[in-house]
Design a protein around this ligand. Sequence first.
Ligand SMILES: [Zn+2]
Ligand SMILES: [Zn+2]
Length: 227
Amino acid sequence: MTVTPAPKRVFDPMMPRTGQYRPIADTEDQTFSDWLQRQLDEILSLSETPPRCPHCQSDGAVLFARAAHPKPILPVFRCLSCDVHFRRTTGTPLSGLKFVNLSQFVRLLSQQRPVTEAAAILGVKPLTVTRWIKRMRQWILHLDPTGHWEARVRLGMEIRPDLACPRCGVTDRMHYRGFAAETGDRRYHCDACRHTCRLSDVLRDQAPGFVLEHRVVARPPSPRRKT
Ligand SMILES: [Zn+2]
Ligand SMILES: [Zn+2]
């Protein structure tokens, strides 16, 4: 039996961690956005054709209430077998979420960009964006358990180079910090020995065929963070 390796999340080390000193380039993964938007159009559809009941899986559901202003936002169905009311989002991680600027959020989701920036673009709180990302990732994994599409989500993920410090050898304390003024080289800093070096110098010392991997750090970057 062959084991399929988990899909890799790919990051660009040259992207600034915050938009504080230089603007963050648009890194939208258009294929991902198109795919996700199609899935969302389906689940958030106003179609009154009853879907399968999420509770008993029977096909015997009928329209209970059509979408109207201000409520319900989505059509409500009633299952004739188990007498439960539901929407297409019922039982999914998207249940109960109220999205603002959803198509813009979809375009941001694949981008290597901090939550604070996305929140400013969307006009919502950073905490809201964090919740949307979390639920969206759960839903994407539910739609595609191989993880192929979920691995394309990069919004709000701070990365660290998966390299050992060339001076002290510690492996998990390196993080990106700024760019060299003269050359634009990516610089990184070791928290363990306080050594700062250039990414290009470290990459030069690696064996041929070396591929730089990144680890995702749980805490998203914040411009207010102390360094
Ligand atoms: Zn049912
Ligand atoms: Zn070090």
